[in-house]
Design a protein around this ligand. Structure first.
Ligand code: ATP
Ligand code: LTN
Length: 332
């Protein structure tokens, strides 16, 4: 780790396959940060256990997501890339931080309330204490910045509150992390319901474009995308469907909204939808090709995630030794 660079940590949970929302909203930005920062990216597999998930599905999602991180451009030579469950310090610090996190503050978490309502038959303790494990993910590495979407801001605030409480009692143990909002970052909406975000838990397959979707499926989904009764391609309030397609097109082609409006002047929605579909398929094709090559070499993939866990563990250990000492646990 280079001392003069700031540290960045982020994670995605393997609850489904990565879609265009996670790619344009998160992963693409993570790739761009690798040279300027010390980056640690992890697969939050322990967090995935907070919802009911079949073991075979979790295993498949986890390996797929790891290979996709790499196919998208996360370079294990520059970045520490690992599975959260391979670094036991996450669970250990998670428990310790549980003891410095208040029942009241956990009860106020929006994500907890949302997920508890959606999974009424499985409101488990892990779902409730999810934020203290996430705080452990971040604080273990003394991260300065955490790139996350708007939906995760509250989790970052509670992480700072926990760190502040701990530091207030024991001295400066943890770095206080800030949310990192990239200068350009697309907020991708569902293609079939453009009021909602495109998410892994989206039930309508036509609304979500997965990174590994074949070309014809991608184009078909864009052709079916919900728009409006106007017929001009322009960015305007109330045109959620077109605004979403324009944001996606802009993110993958680098064109500005006014350039897009000019290019499609006099053309209908049909032409535009096809162009967006094709440009997304073109953008994903090399990622899919790279993904296949990475998945074929199982031994190399294993070597990379073991090495990632080793590097992460070394850094996590430094923080854990400090924590043990400060709170009065006997060091081995
Ligand atoms: P779930 O629906 O299972 O809660 P999710 O699809 O929201 O999951 P996460 O693993 O929670 O995916 O998100 C990973 C990262 O990608 C987060 O930083 C999140 O803010 C970002 N992200 C996810 N979906 C989108 C989207 N549609 N647009 C922009 N960013 C997104
Ligand atoms: N809660 C996040 C995933 C996550 C995370 C983290 C993000 C787990 N641990 C640490 C940033 C830092 C989510 O649902 N997107």
């Amino acid at each position: 780790m280079e001392k003069e660079k700031k540290t960045i940590l982020s994670a995605i949970k393997p609850t489904g396959t990565l879609n265009l929302g996670g790619y344009l909203g998160a992963m693409k930005n993570w790739v761009a940060l690798q040279d300027e920062y010390n980056c640690l990216y992890c697969i939050a597999d322990l967090h995935a256990l907070t919802i009911k998930i079949e073991p075979a599905t979790l295993r498949k999602n986890s390996l797929e997501l790891f290979a996709l991180y790499m196919a998208c451009g996360i370079d294990p030579k520059k970045t520490v890339l690992f599975f959260q469950s391979h670094v036991h310090q996450h669970a250990e610090l998670g428990w310790i931080l549980d003891c410095y996190t208040m029942f009241g503050e956990l009860s106020r978490m929006t994500q907890f309330k949302d997920k508890a309502a959606k999974n009424a038959d499985n409101v488990n303790a892990g779902l409730f204490t999810y934020p203290s494990l996430m705080a452990a993910d971040i604080l273990l590495y003394q991260a300065d910045l955490v790139p996350v979407g708007e939906d995760q801001r509250q989790h970052l605030e509670i992480c700072r509150d926990i760190a502040n409480r701990f530091n207030g009692r024991y001295g400066e143990v943890f770095t206080l992390p800030d949310a990192y909002t990239p200068k350009v970052g697309a907020r991708v909406k569902s293609l079939s319901n453009p009021m909602n975000k495109m998410s892994k838990s989206e039930s309508d397959a036509n609304g979500t474009v997965d990174l590994l979707d074949p070309r014809d499926a991608i184009i078909r989904k864009f052709k079916k995308a919900v728009t409006d009764s106007d017929s001009r391609v322009r960015y305007a309030e109330g045109k959620d469907g077109i605004n979403n397609l324009m944001s996606i097109y802009s993110a993958v082609t680098g064109k500005t909204f006014s350039e897009i409006e000019k290019d499609f002047d006099g053309k209908g929605y049909g032409d535009f939808k096809l162009a967006v579909g094709e440009s997304v398929a073109d953008c994903l094709a090399p990622i899919q090709e790279k993904y296949r090559l990475i998945r074929e070499d199982k031994a190399e993939l294993e070597r990379i995630y073991r090495e990632g866990a080793e590097k992460a563990s070394y850094l996590a250990n430094k923080t854990m030794r400090k924590v043990y000492k400060k709170i009065g646990l006997i060091e081995k």
